[in-house]
Ligand binder design. Structure first.
Ligand SMILES: NC(=O)c1ccc[n+]([C@@H]2O[C@H](COP(=O)([O-])OP(=O)(O)OC[C@H]3O[C@@H](n4cnc5c(N)ncnc54)[C@H](O)[C@@H]3O)[C@@H](O)[C@H]2O)c1
Length: 268
């Protein structure tokens, strides 16, 4: 078990990738603290993990609100005495033309994705320093490798997460605290459901994504859980400041559309 008896905070654990991370961390032996704003959904995730024999509790917290983050971290320490891993997974995004983006839009995305990540790390850093150990996994995105139009605040926030990760990696490397990013590609979550439901021609939509993802499929939330568990664990003991792409090869594809069918060269 990669995370046996480790105490791990996972933010945004009430849906999508956060559930996959919380489940895999529990299977790897961690005491998981599932953090989200929505109590009913968050409690249900923790209860399901316990039903399967794992260790999980739910703590309600809006990661963009400083007092709530401090309360969440204090409560984790009160219940479990230490924090070994922090996964900053809570995130929001929307697609909108840049000229239509309001200051509120900007603040909302930056407030959760970047400020929330900062606040959670800031609140955990003293316990990490006291322990002389800690591992932070920030869930970024393939947009930190190549961007799409209409996601400027998200892209700015996620590139900011990578910068924060690298900066803290060098600042704390000698004190036993590691910081890494995990950047998912397209994962089977609500976003993927929305893409399919919004498609005028579902077959064409599926063919488009098969052509744009070298592995020919979207990723699963459990695959993200396994990648995050690796980064959080001692198996990644010499890895800090990394941005691990878990995207089925998407960002390695030079031209991201099938432009023509290649013709096999047959010469006598
Ligand atoms: N799904 C994908 O294909 C994909 C791809 C790349 C990156 N990501 C990233 O992965 C992470 C999870 O994405 P997802 O698709 O599972 O999204 P999701 O919307 O299903 O989950 C996001 C979670 O964050 C929580 N959250 C939002 N604002 C919060 C706040 N202020 N305080 C506490 N919790 C808050 C939500 O309640 C939810 O539990 C995000 O950071 C996202 O940017 C997702």
């Amino acid at each position: 078990m990669r995370l046996k008896d480790k105490v791990a905070i996972v933010t945004g654990a009430s849906s999508g990738i956060g559930i996959g991370i919380a489940e895999v961390f529990a299977e790897e032996g961690a005491q998981v603290v599932c953090v989200a704003r929505r109590e009913r959904e968050g409690n249900a995730v923790a209860a399901q993990i316990r039903d399967r024999g794992g260790k999980a509790v739910f703590l309600a917290c809006d990661v963009s609100v400083e007092e709530q983050v401090h309360r969440m971290v204090d409560e984790t320490l009160r219940q479990f005495g230490r924090i070994d891993a922090l996964v900053n997974n809570a995130g929001v995004n929307f697609v909108k033309a840049f000229e239509q983006i309001t200051v509120d839009d900007w603040d909302r995305v930056l407030g959760v994705d970047l400020r929330g990540t900062f606040l959670c790390i800031r609140a955990c850093i003293e316990p990490f320093l006291r322990q002389g150990s800690g591992s932070v996994v920030n869930i970024a995105t393939v947009h930190t490798s190549a961007c799409l139009p209409g996601a400027a605040p998200y892209d700015a926030a996620k590139w900011g997460m990578v910068g924060l990760t690298k900066s803290l990696a060098v600042e704390y490397a000698s004190r036993g605290i590691r910081f890494n990013c995990l950047s998912p590609g397209l994962i089977d979550t609500q976003i993927w459901q929305d893409i399919q439901e919004g498609a005028e021609d579902l077959e064409a939509c599926l063919a488009h994504w098969r052509a744009n993802i070298p592995m020919g499929r979207v990723g699963t939330i459990r695959e993200m859980g396994h990648a995050a568990a690796f980064l959080a664990s001692d198996d990644a003991s010499y890895i800090t400041g990394a941005n691990l792409l878990a995207d089925g090869g998407m960002t390695s594809l030079l031209v991201s559309k099938e432009m023509y069918k290649s013709v096999p060269q047959q010469r006598e």
